[in-house]
Design a binder for this molecule. Structure first.
Ligand code: ASP
Ligand code: MG
Length: 419
């Protein structure tokens, strides 16, 4: 079996969904499992619904309406005849969502979040599978929540591999096109859970692992894994082949093309991962597979913007040692602040972090009781794998370098733009 993943950008409108059909025509759809994300920016739109819901905002209705309207337009463009049964199926899902919003009593934000955002994927797969049938491809729609079981850590649920393996092994039909939702799972009580934002790649890997799939293909709007983000670097080139290890390193440093959790299950069973263009599906793209070194040996650039560089020094000139460092890390963990680089000297300790949830102010209040805290906001962290002088020069040009760290394979540079 082959597992294909189509992300939000690939199904953002009717043309995108028609294109999925065209891709399948070209590459085959027998014995295939399609993992599909919510359409376009639907997850963000549903996040707004959740925000409005908790703030009891008068715009809640309008936010829900926005999501409905967007999908309805896609349905009209795809099916033309609004008597088609898909209209009712989608209407049904939105009624369930509205029912949940008007009856829910749980004050747990993360729980509500998962129950609500999941409609993005439930709707997208419903539309897609109806469309494939409409065009004559026999399709089986699968509710992923019957297969992927997780703990109840809403918004970042952990997979229960034993249960999931058993469910998948005994229930996925071979020899046809299966369509299921990325990103979702369910807990012991059958409440919906999610695997973390952008988690659909991971869903594809979970299925591939449990099905001993022949391969996973992630269909993208880029030709494959590039050595740099073409939006920020001229002359970005395609990497034809990379090893699992290299891909894990790239994902770890923030390359967004592959979700970091995706690689581990694939690497364990040596299932190759293809990253290909949904615009040119017959082009080779990139293959991530066993043991092959990065070929050709190109410097790879990863950019993380809007980082925060924090420097802590002891107030009394005492050393920053193991016990303070472990305490500092426990605090970062507690405040959900992700550390992307660490550098320490005798009396100071610097970390480059990402404050996704806006918790730094509170953390700073705690840290300032024990340390002198300095920080630079809105800095950029560049990581160059397989760096050379030219690559470093390119990054440093016209910028102020605040910190630089070099290891055998990797150079990291923190810069602030020259004003
Ligand atoms: N729809 C989810 C998100 O946008 C999952 C995914 O796209 O992978 O985060
Ligand atoms: Mg998405």
């Amino acid at each position: 079996m082959r597992v294909f993943k189509f992300g939000g950008a690939s199904v953002k409108d009717a043309a995108g969904i028609k294109n999925v059909y065209d891709v399948l025509q070209q590459v085959g759809y027998e014995d295939v499992l399609l993992v599909v994300s919510a359409m376009g920016k639907t997850t963000n739109a549903l996040e707004l619904v959740i925000k409005d819901y908790f703030e009891k905002s008068p715009s809640l209705q309008a936010s829900v309406q926005e999501v409905k309207k967007y999908h309805n337009q896609i349905l009209m463009d795809l099916f033309e005849d609004d008597k088609h049964e898909v209209f009712q199926a989608v209407q049904h899902l939105f009624s369930d969502l509205e029912y949940f919003l008007s009856h829910n009593k749980s004050p747990n934000y993360n729980f509500v979040y998962d129950q609500v955002v999941s409609y993005g994927e439930l709707v997208s797969t419903t539309v897609l599978s109806h469309y494939m049938s409409f065009r004559g491809i026999q399709t089986q729609w699968i509710d992923v929540r019957h297969f992927i079981k997780t703990d109840a850590n809403y918004r970042d649920a952990e997979v229960d591999w034993e249960l999931t393996k058993n469910n998948i092994a005994s229930n996925v039909k071979r020899k046809m096109l299966n369509v299921t939702q990325g990103f979702l799972g369910s807990d012991e009580n059958n409440f919906t859970t999610t695997l973390g934002r952008e988690g659909s790649d991971y869903t594809a890997a979970i299925f591939a692992y449990c099905l001993n799939a022949e391969s996973v293909t992630i269909w993208k709007d880029v030709p494959g894994v590039m050595n740099a983000d073409p939006r920020y670097f001229e002359n970005a080139s395609l990497l034809n082949q990379i090893s699992y290890r290299e891909a894990i390193e790239l994902a770890f440093y923030g390359a967004t093309v592959i979700h970091p959790k995706t690689l581990q299950p694939l690497q364990k069973k040596e299932i190759p991962l293809y990253v290909k263009s949904f615009i040119n599906p017959l082009l080779k793209g990139t293959v991530v597979s066993k043991g092959v070194a990065l070929e050709p040996y190109l410097p790879c650039f990863i950019v993380k913007r809007d980082q925060l560089l924090i420097s802590l020094s002891s107030i009394d000139f005492s050393f920053i040692m193991e016990e303070n460092i472990s305490e500092i890390f426990a605090l970062f963990h507690e405040f959900k602040i992700k550390v992307n680089l660490i550098q320490n000297s005798a009396i100071s300790f610097s970390v480059c972090v990402e404050d996704k949830f806006g918790n730094f102010k509170d953390l700073n209040a705690v840290l300032s009781k024990k340390f002198k805290v300095d920080f630079n906001e809105h800095v950029t962290l560049y990581t160059i794998r397989h760096f050379n002088d030219l690559a470093a020069e390119m990054v440093e040009k016209d910028k102020i370098v605040i910190l630089k760290q070099v290891s055998t394979e990797t150079m990291q540079i923190i810069t602030s733009e020259k004003q």
